[in-house]
Write a protein that binds this ligand. Structure first.
Ligand code: SF4
Length: 685
């Protein structure tokens, strides 16, 4: 065990179930088999004895009375308790009957960034080997699918290039589209700590986020204008001669095409698009490009756009142009949202790849997996989650198995999502709470939460770490991996694993980047960062050191495209959505943690006082927010944090659900929805 073991007995070291930072802590449990609290792991390499509010309260939802503890089957329109065999047989038979009648691609499997690597592996194996479809995806589609596409194209690897320790070795951090102190609080803390040692901070965000108060320059550019801003910065770098010519010549390709594409992006042209002053763009450029070592940090403010992949490409171009890649204190660093969203992608819970991003369309990769699993595998990439919702609404997807996700709250345009799920012939849900999605299911399978099962999770810095069982599951609930093994066996696929460790052993034989990872090695240290190709390899904190994963870094020119729906006369305000520091995603766990709930109990919308004055709205007044897709009511919170013309709504609250309003316009390459921009109208109630 790593870290300091607290004096309390029954202290189980595990990985935080919330964000992708990868903090470790001890779950404290008594002889009654119940959790009593959390204690940080003092020597853990990431959390170093600290936790954020969510981490400190990560035990609080585990024994909540709402936990699902018995399988349920819908009879006469209502979910009723049943035994496991009936529930599992029903799931298998109904999905198989749909596949037999309408073809395997009439099924869709939602895996989850909340469950372990081993469970994501089994889910994609179930879809591909068990039911012969590549229709498997998970919520990375909604947060970082643009990152995976954009960075894979330019660098060859869709993950954070550097490691969190690099914040101690950088001269400048450029944070764009990441409210880091609230979404990844311990990483936000590392950035603030770096500022004490003369590290400079450049922040680009339309909201006055906490980091902005400490920034050398804060750019409040319009939501959706990132490509123009970054292209403008690159053009200015060339004007000032601040590019790294040696790096460009040795390590990159396609530079001439990029340089030509930047010509229109003068400071004046960019200012007109972004709402900034031309001099701000010039100053920000000189700050970033003048640093010897600069790190780019981004999150969903960059990715959740109908041009999210272009945003990522542009940032990658910026890092390549200045040679900020492949050494400590540099790089392009997407902060992954959930604790295992990196792992769910690594495990191939995506429609086009197996584990380690091996393409399903590649005959060699297909042969490898088909030989290992003893089953012919489908060759056509499957449906993305967002497309599957549209397909269900249209009637071509007819059966779904959803594990640990809540699309009824997390997907855009909830009217469409409800129509899609209600239109299915059969819906099965594996979850720990009766979510809004579970309430629509034909069968609900009660699962173990993170504190009740073993597994591994891969954090945002590609660090594979152990999660450990501290207490038993409630009632008859079962670990997801056991549920999936049962379904695999019913499909005739061998899945008689005795433990998650055995599943990891299978994963490592099929996945070169995880080849040297084993439970035995993870037991003794602070996890291993992939690529870790063999049992003697120490792991790789920094990618692309001698060359990029794809060989040469490729400049990929981008052109500015505005968001799909901007404010107009009828809907005059821009809606921006995101998280709060206290809650997590659809609130399934944090809203059942009493201290977190106490801190932020109600849905709210941040409204700029100038707009509030014009609309005659007071602080805490109930307002109605409407878009072309629906209407919600919630309280106004008057604050200068949002600029005039914009409102911000967190998406955790079912009773004031931001995703009733959001636009299901998708990025054409990654399928990510444009959660960060749509047009709304606000009225007092
Ligand atoms: Fe958990 Fe993230 Fe908070 Fe760390 S920063 S304690 S991983 S929620």
């Amino acid at each position: 065990m790593n870290g300091n073991k607290p004096s309390e007995m029954n202290a189980t070291l595990t990985t935080c179930p919330y964000c992708g930072t990868g903090c470790n802590f001890y779950l404290l449990s008594g002889s009654d088999g119940r959790l009593s609290g959390v204690e940080p792991a003092a020597k853990h390499i990431v959390s170093k004895g600290r936790l954020c509010m969510k981490g400190w309260n990560a035990h609080a939802f585990v024994h909540h009375p709402d936990r699902l503890s018995t399988p349920q089957l819908k009879r006469d329109g209502a979910l009723q308790d049943c035994d496991w065999d009936t529930a599992l047989a029903t799931v298998h038979q109904r999905l198989q009957a749909i596949a037999d009648r309408h073809g395997p691609d009439s099924l869709m499997f939602f895996s989850s960034a909340k469950v372990s690597n081993e469970e994501n592996y089994l889910m994609m194996k179930l879809a591909r080997a068990g039911f012969s479809t590549n229709n498997v995806d998970h919520c990375a589609r909604l947060c970082h699918s643009s990152t995976v596409v954009g960075l894979a194209e330019t660098l060859g690897s869709g993950a954070m290039t550097n490691t969190l320790d690099c914040f101690d070795h950088t001269d400048l951090v450029f944070v764009i589209g990441s409210n880091t102190t609230e979404q990844h609080p311990l990483i936000g803390g590392r950035i603030l700590q770096a500022l004490r040692h003369d590290t400079k901070l450049l922040v680009a965000d339309s909201r006055k986020i906490r980091l902005a108060q400490h920034a050398n320059i804060h750019l409040r550019h319009h939501n959706g204008s990132d490509v123009a801003l970054i292209n403008g910065m690159m053009r200015q770098i060339l004007v000032d001669g601040l590019e790294d010519r040696d790096f460009i010549a040795r390590r990159t390709e396609n530079f001439d095409a990029l340089r030509d594409s930047l010509e229109p992006f003068t400071p004046e042209y960019v200012a007109a698009i972004t709402g900034l002053e031309p001099q701000q763009i010039i100053d920000a450029t000189r700050l970033y490009a003048g640093a010897d070592n600069a790190m780019i940090v981004f999150a969903m403010g960059i990715t959740q756009h109908s041009h999210g992949v272009d945003n990522v490409r542009a940032l990658s171009n910026l890092a390549l142009m200045t040679g900020n890649l492949g050494r400590p204190g540099t790089g392009i660093n997407p902060l992954r949202g959930q604790n295992n969203v990196q792992g769910a992608c690594d495990m191939g819970a995506l429609p086009n790849v197996y584990t380690g991003y091996q393409q399903v369309a590649d005959p060699q990769a297909r042969l490898k997996f088909s030989t290992a699993w003893g089953k012919e595998l489908p060759e056509t990439p499957g449906l993305m989650a967002t497309h599957a919702i549209e397909a269900a609404a249209a009637g071509s997807v007819r059966g779904m198995l959803i594990m640990g996700e809540n699309p009824m709250l997390s997907e855009p345009n909830q009217t469409l999502v409800r129509k899609a799920l209600e239109n299915l012939d059969f819906l099965a849900v594996i979850d720990i709470f009766p979510t809004e999605t579970a309430q629509l299911a034909d069968v609900v399978l009660p699962a173990a939460c993170y504190a009740e099962r073993d597994g591994t999770y891969t954090s945002t810095e590609r660090r594979v770490q152990r999660g450990r069982q501290a207490v038993e599951t409630p009632g008859d609930a079962r670990a997801d991996w056991r549920i999936l093994c049962d379904l695999l066996q019913r499909c005739g696929i061998k899945a008689n694993y005795e433990s998650p460790a055995q599943i990891m052993d299978e994963i490592t034989t099929l996945t070169p980047s995880y080849g040297g990872i084993s439970y035995q090695r993870l037991e003794g240290g602070h996890g291993l960062q992939w690529p870790c190709p063999d049992a003697d390899h120490p792991g790789t904190p920094i990618l692309h050191q001698e060359q990029c994963t794809r060989g040469k870094g490729r400049f990929s020119p981008t052109r500015y495209r505005p968001p799909k729906e901007l404010p107009d006369e009828k809907y005059p305000l821009l809606l921006n959505t995101g998280r709060t520091a206290v809650h997590w995603h659809t609130g399934t766990m944090t809203r059942r943690s009493h201290l977190l709930h106490r801190e932020e109990p109600h849905a709210f919308a941040e409204v700029n006082p100038q707009d509030a004055g014009q609309l005659q709205i007071c602080d805490r007044q109930l307002i109605r927010v409407s878009s072309r897709r629906g209407s919600i009511q919630l309280k106004a919170r008057l604050t200068e944090r949002v600029p005039a013309g914009q409102i911000f709504i967190p998406f955790h609250f079912a009773e004031g659900a931001a995703n009733v309003l959001t636009n299901n316009a998708l990025d054409p390459e990654s399928g990510i929805p444009e959660f960060k921009v749509c047009a709304v109208r606000v009225e007092p109630c």
